[in-house]
Design a protein around this ligand. Structure first.
Ligand code: ZN
Length: 196
């Protein structure tokens, strides 16, 4: 059920962005744009299911498979930051506590050395205007599940990703609730998703 909601948001992300003629260019509606990260929220009953997805470069500064110890350190550091959910997401008007979380960095860090020949390079072949070190593009995905009290009075969620990851310029936030859905583009000047 919650999975379905998140899939719905993913689908709507592009559609609604276009519909709203938001402050992002058409190119940025593409799923993978450096500097742009996505936050999808499914808010149902007393649970908030959240999926943060981002080009890896926003979080660790590269998108290739980690090869050096320095690369691996960067990934560890980013993972630790993404696990600071209390710092990253502040719920205003409701009391929420984390139930589970998972940070998926498998696109840039292969936990299983046997898979080292497997490439992810064919995954994201978009037209990019930037000069990357190669054609490799990788995503990092973090999932959070919060259990909340008095969720009906949830006023807003403050998102502090910008303070933790200076390479994130914008966050395309989308949500669905029992009552409807909405979206907002967050940036360094606007950190809050307002629900009411
Ligand atoms: Zn990329």
């Amino acid at each position: 059920m919650k999975r379905d909601s998140l899939n719905l948001i993913r689908f709507n992300l592009v559609f609604m962005g276009a519909l709203l003629q938001a402050n992002i260019s058409h190119a940025e509606l593409d799923a993978h744009v450096h500097g742009l990260s996505n936050l999808a929220l499914a808010i149902e009953e007393n649970v908030i299911e959240m999926e943060f997805s981002s080009p890896a470069i926003n979080l660790v500064g590269f998108e290739h498979q980690a090869t050096t110890q320095q690369d691996i350190e960067m990934i560890k550091r980013a993972k630790l930051k993404l696990q600071q959910y209390n710092e990253l997401y502040t719920f205003i008007g409701a009391r929420c506590s984390i139930e589970s979380s998972s940070i998926n960095v498998s696109n840039i860090l292969d936990d299983n050395p046997k898979n080292s020949n497997k490439t992810h390079e064919d995954k994201h072949h978009h037209e990019h205007s930037h000069n990357d070190e190669s054609d490799t593009h990788s995503e990092v995905i973090a999932n959070y599940r919060f259990s909340c009290k008095n969720l009906t009075t949830l006023k807003s969620i403050k998102v502090s990703l910008f303070e933790y990851f200076s390479s994130i310029d914008k966050v395309n936030a989308m949500w669905v609730t029992d009552e409807g859905q909405g979206s907002v583009i967050l940036d360094k000047g606007k950190h809050t998703i307002d629900f009411r």
